[in-house]
Design a protein around this ligand. Structure first.
Ligand code: 5GP
Ligand code: ZN
Length: 134
């Protein structure tokens, strides 16, 4: 399969792997947003978060809950962001589900999310679409 992350799993491409077991792989992002930016993946090839089974989603969440605080502690970071870019419009480039662990430092240069005024104007409209629909 022509998947870059499967190639990393199969050791056909090098990576700075910091955790591996039969189910998961965690490795450093080649273009880190902050020091310690890590990607956690399942070894099963699934293209995006929506297509994970309930069990796979739960497994991934459980492992991120285990390793993210350790990374932060070891690196002496102050906090962390977790994120999955899901779909091209959300910035997903690699079609193999991966969870970004982004250590944060009180003096880092990452910009915080800011409010979009057009989205704010749609609050009532969006609420009426979503309320009691899930
Ligand atoms: P996405 O935009 O799909 O959510 O994130 C893909 C991530 O994979 C990016 O942060 C990018 O820097 C990282 N990446 C792309 N190619 C490689 C690679 O060959 N090795 C590693 N370690 N990371 C990669
Ligand atoms: Zn893959």
């Amino acid at each position: 399969m022509d998947c870059l992350f499967c190639k990393i799993i199969n050791k056909e491409l090098p990576a700075k792997i910091i955790y591996e077991d039969e189910k998961y792989l965690a490795f450093l992002d080649i273009n880190p947003i902050t020091a310690g930016h890590t990607l956690l993946i399942l070894k099963d090839h699934v293209d995006n978060f929506t297509h994970l089974s309930d069990q796979q989603a739960a497994d991934l969440a459980s492992m991120i809950h285990k390793i993210a605080p350790k990374i932060i502690e070891i690196l002496g970071a102050d906090a962390y962001n977790l994120g999955i870019n899901n779909g091209a419009a959300a910035g997903q480039i690699i079609d193999h589900v991966h969870w970004h662990i982004i250590p944060r430092y009180s003096d880092d240069a990452l910009v915080h999310w800011s409010c979009d005024n057009q989205a704010k104007e749609q609050l009532d409209n969006v609420f009426s679409k979503l309320e009691n629909k899930l």
